[in-house]
Ligand binder design. Structure first.
Ligand code: FAD
Length: 317
């Protein structure tokens, strides 16, 4: 079922959902299940599974380093299929521009359709670790908007090299990313919102935001989006701070501000166990206020661990 249909069916009730990251290749999927199991009592209608960019690894061959391109956390679609099968829940694979040709994307979408996956999250992806800026993959897309268009084309039977008349057209519900504190490369929040509007005009069905720690930024973002004519559901993505290092890491990687009260509370902690508690408490307050404001879904970035998300969900759902 489409994410937007889950939202309609909930009739104004805030839903719970979360995002998981595939394990490093070679590791068991069981660890993932162990983190999903405790969250199922909150009845997520859908679970997102991220896709990782490819990266270079260096293999020592008798003293000479061999540079190889590899994906350390493959398996997004396989994980989506296995979770859907095991838990009878909808899954949302993240589909990236970076690292994929348009043909590979088409094949991936055909697989999604065969697997009964109704939702995809269309994203550009970040630059590779070695690159300063995002560079489109040869034969791939430069912006998420182009990917949205490709997915919508497939919904209409327009494949890359032919138009297929069929009564078995895909009908993907398309999620896209939004940034309450603007995307790091955008010159201003307004120009970033215009780009978001382009994705919506091309067929995006809902937005999931980058994490934020100050709800006022989310409320201002939604207001500005609505004023720009973006009328699709906007789902807040949030995450509890879990370790002291997050104070530097999260602003650096995700370009988000951390409110001073939260910084002070984390700074005052002596152990990461205390930090985890502070992070959970902050996230509970954020969640309660967002729920009170009537957000359609609260979407949690689990980053592979569920104990703190469960602690939050227990207080909110
Ligand atoms: P876009 O919408 O293409 O925007 C990228 C930048 O280009 C923005 O600054 C935008 O303003 C600008 N722009 C857009 N169109 C144009 C244009 N025509 N001309 C000029 N500028 C333009 N990354 C992963 O690698 N894997 C994941 O699974 C993943 N999941 C995510 C989930 C969520 C909810 C979010 C918020 C992010 C996720 N990301 C993931 C990170 C995402 O890939 C990065 O933030 C990436 O840098 C931008 O992706 P986007 O889809 O927002 O790109």
């Amino acid at each position: 079922m489409k994410v937007t249909d889950h939202i309609k069916k909930a009739k104004g009730k805030t839903l719970f959902s979360f995002e998981i990251i595939p394990p490093v290749k070679g590791k068991s999927i069981q660890e993932l299940y162990n983190n999903i199991d405790p969250l199922m009592e909150f009845k997520p209608p859908f679970i997102d599974v991220t896709t990782s960019r490819e990266e270079y690894v260096y293999i020592d061959r008798d003293g000479l380093l061999d540079k190889k391109l590899t994906r350390m956390r493959p398996g997004t679609l396989g994980i989506c299929a296995s979770i859907k099968h095991k838990y009878d829940v909808d899954t949302v694979p993240h589909v990236l521009c970076g690292g994929f040709t348009k043909e590979e994307t088409e094949y991936l979408l055909v697989d999604c359709h065969y697997l009964g996956i109704d939702n995809v999250m269309a994203l550009r992806g970040d630059a590779m670790k070695e690159e300063k800026y995002f560079a489109p993959t040869r034969g791939g897309h430069q912006y998420a908007s182009e990917l949205v268009k490709q997915i919508q084309d497939i919904n209409c039977g327009n494949y890359l090299h032919e138009v297929i008349e069929t009564d078995n057209c895909a009908n993907f519900c398309i999620g896209v990313a939004g940034y309450p504190e603007k995307h790091m490369e955008a010159p201003s929040l307004k120009s970033d919102l215009k780009r978001l509007k382009e994705k919506v005009d091309l067929g995006a069905d809902y937005v999931v935001t980058q994490m934020f720690f100050d709800n006022q930024k989310f409320f201002a973002f939604v207001k500005a989006a609505r004023e720009m004519g973006i009328n699709i559901p906007i789902i807040p993505g949030i995450k509890p701070i879990a370790v002291k290092r997050h104070l530097q890491l999260l602003p650096q990687v995700f370009r988000v501000d951390i409110p001073q009260d939260l910084v002070d509370a984390v700074d005052a902690c002596k152990t990461n166990k205390e930090v985890r508690k502070v992070g959970v408490e902050w996230c509970i307050q954020q969640s309660k206020e967002l729920k009170e404001a009537g957000v359609p879904v609260l979407h949690y970035y689990s980053m592979g661990k569920s104990d703190n998300i469960k602690a939050v969900a227990k207080e909110v759902f």
